[in-house]
Design a protein around this ligand. Structure first.
Ligand code: GLY
Length: 359
């Protein structure tokens, strides 16, 4: 039986643990924080809005993977302990004009997905919001995951599959077959998978050079109360808004290079003002605000594959939640020596290595 130690218990690490255990591996997952993640802790997963939005970003060579991962969310949630933590109500993009709206429709159809331009009354019916917009597009393949519910549900699912989860285990160093904690504990396995978020020690970076490319992307988020009940996610200029299980969240700023988790009133006001431009009085109340630190890669797409003597699943940037399931598929293929299709190999950290110059 293959044994694997995973370092990092965010959404990516947990998805990998579940998937590897289902494939027959003996899995231990080490997490530096405690069991009940909190938005005031350092983890990016719990701070996120949990958007599952494959077309949220500009279309790139990897967008097909974003849809592949979205489909995994759709097809694997039923029957899991976290099934009630995900919603698939689609997303509405507020378009700048008709050309912009058409661009979204075309991008969706390029991937075989449905999108539809909304009239003003369609918009109100779809979103439940009584506000006027010039133009909007409904994207069918979009959803949202409630971080708290899904993280705790994934941990339950992992344990039920035999995964050993050890909290408060701060990994200071790794070799090809062992993870060593700050307190001197040693966890041995056939393979080590690193998914440490934005924080990795210099020793981890030395063992897995790809981690040295991960930088911070701080984001502010704020919970609000709306006058009407929002259904799909809504994307506007400078903000998005999503209804999770128990709250409605406006996100998120992008502050590169910032590792501090201080909440700045000006940043929160900026987000709320962008949303108010569209939603006006629909925003009935503004609640608490918090920040998260995204682990950014140089191109905004994760690095999944071999780095040094270990496997990494790192730098998920703005899409840790969306891309966690496909990341787990890719890592499982590496662990079991299966074929890696080109679209998965394209996420290897090697893509950032300097290409040899022609003689
Ligand atoms: N995916 C949304 C964000 O990173 O803010």
């Amino acid at each position: 039986m293959k044994s694997v130690v995973i370092v990092g218990g965010g959404v990516v690490g947990l998805f990998i643990a579940v998937r590897l255990a289902k494939a027959g591996a003996r899995v231990t997952l080490l997490e530096a924080e405690g069991e009940h993640a909190d938005v005031f802790g350092p983890g990016a997963s719990i701070a996120a809005a949990g958007m599952l939005a494959p077309l949220d970003e500009a279309v790139s060579a990897h967008t097909a993977l974003a849809f592949e991962s979205y489909d995994l969310w759709r097809h694997t949630h039923a029957g899991t302990p976290w099934a009630d933590g995900v919603r698939f109500d689609g997303g509405v993009v507020i378009a700048k004009d008709e050309v912009d709206a058409y661009g979204y429709e075309r991008a969706a159809s390029q991937y075989g997905r449905r999108a539809r331009t909304l009239s003003g009354s369609d918009f109100r019916r779809r979103t439940g919001l009584h506000t006027k917009v010039g133009g909007a597009v409904f994207l069918e393949d979009e959803g949202v995951a409630d971080p708290e519910r899904v993280l705790s549900g994934l941990a339950m699912e992992a344990r039920a599959l035999g995964v050993i989860i050890e909290y408060h285990q701060d990994v200071a160093n790794v070799t090809a077959t062992a993870a060593l904690t700050n307190e001197g504990r040693v966890y041995e396995a056939d393979l080590i998978v690193l998914s440490p978020g934005a924080w990795a020690t210099d020793k981890l970076k030395a063992a897995a050079p790809a981690l040295a490319r991960v930088t911070a992307g701080k984001g502010h988020l704020v919970s609000v109360t709306l006058a009407s009940e929002l259904k799909p996610n809504l994307h506007g200029a400078g903000f998005y808004i999503a209804r999770r299980r128990q709250d409605v969240v406006i996100g998120a700023t992008m502050e590169p290079g910032r590792y501090d988790r201080r909440v700045e009133r000006a940043k929160v006001d900026q987000l709320v003002a962008a949303a108010r431009l569209v939603l006006g009085d629909e925003i009935a109340d503004v609640g608490r605000a918090w920040t998260g630190i995204r682990p950014m890669s140089p191109d905004g797409w994760p690095m999944v594959g071999r780095s040094g003597e270990v496997l990494v699943a790192a730098g998920h940037s703005r899409n840790g939640w969306l891309l966690a399931p496909v990341t787990a598929e890719i890592i499982t293929a590496y662990v079991f020596g299966a074929d890696i299709p080109e679209r998965w190999a394209a996420l290897s950290p090697d893509r950032f290595n300097e290409k040899p110059k022609n003689p």
